[in-house]
Design a protein around this ligand. Structure first.
Ligand SMILES: Cc1cc2nc3c(=O)[nH]c(=O)nc-3n(C[C@H](O)[C@H](O)[C@H](O)COP(=O)(O)OP(=O)(O)OC[C@H]3O[C@@H](n4cnc5c(N)ncnc54)[C@H](O)[C@@H]3O)c2cc1C
Length: 319
């Protein structure tokens, strides 16, 4: 009976949606076993309740000293839990935190680790799928048999939700020592930033938008549609949009209900970050643009004609 543990991420007083994505994956691979969440911090009842909707069991590790993330303390409490509750698989978000403490945990557990995975299969041995060479190749990593395995999981990939309604268990675990590193403070990102990987509608602009001043047009369309604006790498490199709006292998992976690509050619580095969107509509002057190869609907035309017409029509329809 395989026990799959997903380590939830709580930051700035919120449960990161990647936590649920880990549980989606855990439920998909557990077979007859269990998908179990671990949540670390202080005052966790609300988060634990939310996780329990998607997990067979939620382990709370609660302590005032765990209020703020600290890699040493995370590994300390997780090792205590795992010496008691033997995990077969540990899933950790491939976030900056996960990337920091997952290798340390793997070493302490003497477990193999594969990072930034986008697929996991236990049906015939252990096979983890990840990109290499900056997204040029997708490879299956065959992992040697081990008592337990650690994986860090790419955000935005495992979105098919699974409802379970499990129980919350207070682990009673406390940190065994005070950390060598002390928490100083959190530097918040600039106000007004959006998380494109969680948006249902993404209006994405490419070099075809031509100038920073034209971003407004995309913003107007996004506003009418109730979506957010993202961009291809040249748009970000030109400073027309902030870095966290970049879609692609060196940016974010998005999987919205609607991805509108405006003036984007469709280089594979871009496609990698948006190809799994539910509906892709592309607007491009060039009928040969590769973006049309992944789009369900394509408009061959000048975005400066198409977008204003679209905004007008949408306003008309919405009244
Ligand atoms: C290691 C590496 C990592 C990379 N990572 C990423 C990444 O994460 N994300 C990413 O996006 N790219 C990435 N790239 C860059 C990628 O290879 C492409 O260069 C980039 O995606 C091209 O962006 P674009 O489509 O906006 O621009 P272009 O390729 O220049 O395409 C512009 C398109 O706009 C169309 N167009 C122009 N004017 C109009 C108009 N008025 N109306 C309609 N259509 C118009 C043109 O026909 C053209 O198809 C990476 C490259 C490397 C080497």
């Amino acid at each position: 009976m395989m026990r799959v543990f997903a380590i939830a991420e709580v930051s700035s007083g919120e449960l990161d949606p990647v936590s649920i994505e880990l549980l989606n994956l855990a439920n998909a691979i557990k077979g007859e076993g269990s998908a179990e969440a671990v949540v670390i911090g202080n005052n966790l009842s609300e988060f634990a309740g939310e996780l329990a909707k998607h997990a067979d069991k939620v382990w709370k590790i609660e302590d005032g000293s765990l209020e703020n993330y600290n890699p040493e303390m995370y590994v300390d409490v997780l090792l205590q839990l795992f010496s008691r509750e033997k995990p077969d698989v540990v899933l950790i978000p491939n976030s900056s935190r996960g990337a920091e403490f997952a290798p340390l945990l793997a070493v302490k557990l003497s477990a193999p680790i594969v990072t930034d995975i986008v697929g996991l299969d236990f049906s015939n041995g252990v096979k983890a799928t990840r990109y290499i060479f900056q997204g040029k190749l997708l490879v299956d990593v065959l992992v040697k048999e081990s008592e337990s395995y650690v994986f860090t999981v790419r955000q935005g990939v495992f979105k098919d939700e699974c409802r379970v309604e499990g129980e919350v268990v207070d682990s009673g675990i406390k940190p065994s020592a005070s950390p060598k590193r002390e928490f100083v403070g959190i530097v918040e990102p600039e106000a007004g930033e959006v998380d494109i990987s969680q948006a249902d509608i993404v209006v994405s602009v490419g070099r075809g938008i031509d100038d920073a001043s034209n971003i407004e047009l995309a913003e107007e369309l996004a506003e009418v549609l109730g979506g957010v604006v993202a961009g291809s790498r040249p748009v970000i490199d030109s400073g027309w949009l902030p870095k966290d709006r970049q879609v692609g292998i060196s940016g974010k992976t998005v999987k919205p209900k609607l991805y509108l690509a405006l003036g984007i050619s469709g280089a594979f580095q871009h496609i990698m970050g948006m190809k799994d969107s539910e509906l892709i509509i592309a607007v491009n002057k060039d009928p040969e643009a590769p973006i049309f190869g992944v789009a369900q609907y394509g408009i061959v035309g000048d975005l400066f004609d198409v977008v204003p017409a679209l905004i007008e029509k949408l306003r008309e329809v919405k009244g």
